[in-house]
Design a protein around this ligand. Structure first.
Ligand SMILES: NC(=O)c1ccc[n+]([C@@H]2O[C@H](COP(=O)([O-])OP(=O)(O)OC[C@H]3O[C@@H](n4cnc5c(N)ncnc54)[C@H](O)[C@@H]3O)[C@@H](O)[C@H]2O)c1
Length: 311
């Protein structure tokens, strides 16, 4: 059995464990700093296995040693921004948490592939790469699968077509400047622009961009967790099963799309080695302008990180 360790057993971490256990994909370790909580959640989830008929070991811990020999480490540890907290405050807090999570887990699992979820996503993935010193294949951030799934869900709601027929690609940074590529998105091969009137498509694009905020406003406390964690589980499955699945993920740019030394949401082929390939779309001028704007926003957060933390 493969082994996946999830650092941070909060809403996204524990729900990732749930999706993974349902797939009987790997034994799971849930690690958190809160005493008893990861142990309690793991035991509860373990007790569900006889009901759903899955043979999976699930262990909760406060000790990084339990993550030893993981094939995949998923980092969800961190805090969400609270009222009164600046972006830099969030960056400082989560950089400390993610930096420790990355270096501690690497000690016990030198061959692991890292999937990062903690926000600000692109910059926390960048921090993980720099702190671990791993090749870029082995650090990948989750954002685009979620943003694309939101767009797919909204298209399905508008058209009544099965979500399985709907392909959407949302690239760029995981923030307000994300880039929903309507030209590359389609329903059973029919471009979205042909299937939907312009005003409906524009509304879907706008709702996608604000998708995270919509959930935060409804929940009042906390942020989305079902869809983000389903995305992490899909990434882990693609890696462990060597699927060569092409999905939008945050990857380290080394010249692709004219970008260098930064994480950015692009189509990534996920397989046994992690990032097997980065796919470069041919962008038109309008898409290129959106990419550049989004890249500038991500770069700004990377620069802020470099001022706060020694990499
Ligand atoms: N990239 C995305 O698409 C996406 C989507 C949803 C959430 N997120 C981000 O993921 C992070 C987690 O979100 P959540 O909803 O699970 O939050 P949460 O508060 O429910 O869980 C976070 C967990 O991290 C733990 N933690 C804090 N410091 C730790 C440390 N040093 N070591 C181990 N665990 C530690 C906390 O105890 C808590 O249980 C946030 O930064 C959030 O913004 C990103």
């Amino acid at each position: 059995m493969n082994k996946i360790s999830i650092i941070g057993a909060g809403m996204t971490g524990s729900t990732t464990a749930h999706w993974l256990a349902e797939r009987e994909l790997a034994d799971i370790v849930l690690m958190d700093v809160v005493e008893g909580m990861p142990q309690g959640k793991s035991l509860d989830l373990l007790e569900a296995m006889p009901i759903i008929g899955k043979d999976v070991e699930i262990v909760g811990t406060n000790d990084y040693a339990a993550t030893k020999d993981s094939d995949i480490v998923i980092i969800t540890a961190g805090v969400a921004r609270k009222p009164g907290m600046s972006r830099d405050d969030l960056l400082t807090i989560n950089a400390g948490i993610v930096g420790t999570a990355a270096t501690e887990t690497l000690k016990y699992s030198p061959d692991a592939i890292f999937v990062v979820l903690t926000n600000p996503l692109d910059t926390m993935a960048y921090l993980t790469l720099k702190k671990t010193g791993l090749p870029r294949e082995r650090v990948v951030g989750q954002a685009g699968i979620l943003d694309s799934a939101r767009m797919r869900a909204f298209v399905a709601m508008e058209t009544g077509v099965s979500v399985e027929n709907i392909d959407c690609y949302v690239l760029g940074g995981h923030g307000d400047e994300m880039v929903p590529l309507t030209r590359h998105s389609n329903i059973a091969g029919i471009p979205l622009k042909e299937y939907l009137p312009a005003d409906k498509l524009e509304a879907i694009v706008n709702r996608t961009r604000k998708g995270g905020g919509e959930i935060v406003n409804l929940l009042k406390t906390g942020s989305a967790f079902y869809a983000p964690s389903a995305a992490c589980a899909q990434m882990a499955e693609a890696i462990l099963k060597n699927k060569n699945l092409i999905v939008p993920c945050a990857a380290h740019m080394e010249g692709e799309y004219g970008l260098n030394d930064m994480f950015f949401g692009v189509p990534v082929m996920l397989g046994n080695n992690g990032v097997e390939r980065i796919i470069e779309y041919k962008l038109d001028d309008e898409e290129k302008a959106m990419f550049d704007k989004s890249a500038a926003a991500v770069k700004e957060t990377h620069e802020a990180l470099k001022k706060l933390v020694t990499l």
